[in-house]
Design a binder for this molecule. Structure first.
Ligand code: 13P
Length: 334
């Protein structure tokens, strides 16, 4: 696969005013989301829910791609159209989560490392054949007493870089996601320092593993105070801190950066993205790859009547996509 093709896909993922919808919850994670609204976690309910999301009329106006879970990439609409085929027909690039989740990092109390490299080359080949053109790997960095350790940051950066190199070999754009969690009572300065160290280690590791940045997308967490910190930063403070942190760590040749929502309120996730884009003078497009902040309102409504609220839930998905798409242009009107 040529770097030109990877770069073309990466650029399309962050096309002006468009972003990604992350619907790649593992079976265990979607179980939690469904439990929150009283939906039984069956394969058919998962399929029907993803069908509701992916068949949203005009979704492609503001959505460039969707990240799926392994099961979803193999599923179809009620009428038998494979989701990946339906997406491609609507101009939405199919993506796939390929990591196998986090596991305790031996020797590092309270820290985790993401697994999934074994057999990844073969899985990527299969995912490409099924239509996936980008992939996601999520590393998790916890902030707490004396953590994160350098060991944890390095181990996760190394795994992200190994995964990214394998993706590019397979013709798949890697979306590298080192998520610094919002859990805890740390202040925004601590989040800044940890995010900076994490991104420096990540781009060092990508360089070491010969990953071509022109064909790579960063999925970043925003620089925010911990959920339980008494002093929460304003929308503008978060936007400025996040942009400064990215500018000092992320090479300008990267085609784009997308953000996760990480448990932020829907409106905050949109407002933060909008404020960052209003700052202007950015080396890369900044857009979204939200999971919860794209889905939660729609899931809540859909759960009340899976058939009767199908269209209304889709209208909410479209509205969230439009709001976040406007925020990616710095033109959200609140
Ligand atoms: P949230 O936006 O809900 O954090 O999910 C994004 C994601 O894909 C996390 O890996």
């Amino acid at each position: 696969m040529s770097i030109e093709q990877l770069a073309e896909t990466a650029q399309a993922m962050v096309a002006a005013g468009k972003g990604i919808i992350a619907i790649d919850e593992s079976t265990a994670t979607i179980a939690k989301r469904f439990a929150g609204v009283g939906i039984e976690n069956t394969e058919e309910n998962r399929r029907a829910y993803r069908e509701m999301l992916l068949t949203t009329p005009k979704l492609g106006e503001h959505i460039s791609g969707a990240i799926l879970y392994d099961e979803t990439l193999r599923q179809s609409t009620r009428d038998g159209v494979p989701f990946a085929k339906l997406m491609a027909a609507n101009g939405i690039i199919p993506g796939i989560k390929v990591d196998k989740g986090t596991h305790p990092l031996a020797g590092c109390q309270g820290e985790v490392v993401t697994e999934g490299l074994d057999g990844l080359r073969d899985r990527l080949k299969e995912y490409y054949a099924l239509g996936a053109r980008f992939a996601k790997w999520r590393a998790v960095i916890n902030i707490g007493d004396d953590i994160p350790s350098g060991t944890c940051i390095e181990a996760n950066a190394h795994a992200l870089a190994r995964y990214a190199a394998l993706c590019q070999e397979a013709g798949i754009v890697p979306m590298v996601e080192p998520e610094v969690l919002m859990d805890g009572d740390h202040d925004i300065e601590t989040c800044y320092e940890v995010t900076e160290a994490t991104l420096r280690a990540l781009f060092g590791a990508l360089y070491e593993q010969n990953v071509m940045l022109e064909g790579t997308i960063l999925k970043a967490s925003m620089v925010v105070a911990g959920k339980h910190c008494d002093e929460q930063a304003s929308i503008e403070e978060v936007a400025e801190a996040t942009v400064m942190c990215l500018k000092s760590t992320v090479p300008a040749i990267l085609p784009g950066v997308v953000f996760l929502s990480g448990g932020q309120r829907d409106e905050d996730a949109t407002a933060h993205l909008d404020a960052m884009n209003r700052l202007g003078n950015l080396p890369w497009p900044l857009s979204f790859s939200y999971g919860r902040a794209m889905q939660s309102a729609a899931l809540e409504l859909w759960s009340k009547d899976l058939v009767g609220n199908f269209d209304k839930a889709q209208a909410i998905v479209h509205a969230r996509a439009r709001d976040n798409g406007m925020a990616a242009l710095g033109k959200w009107e609140g």
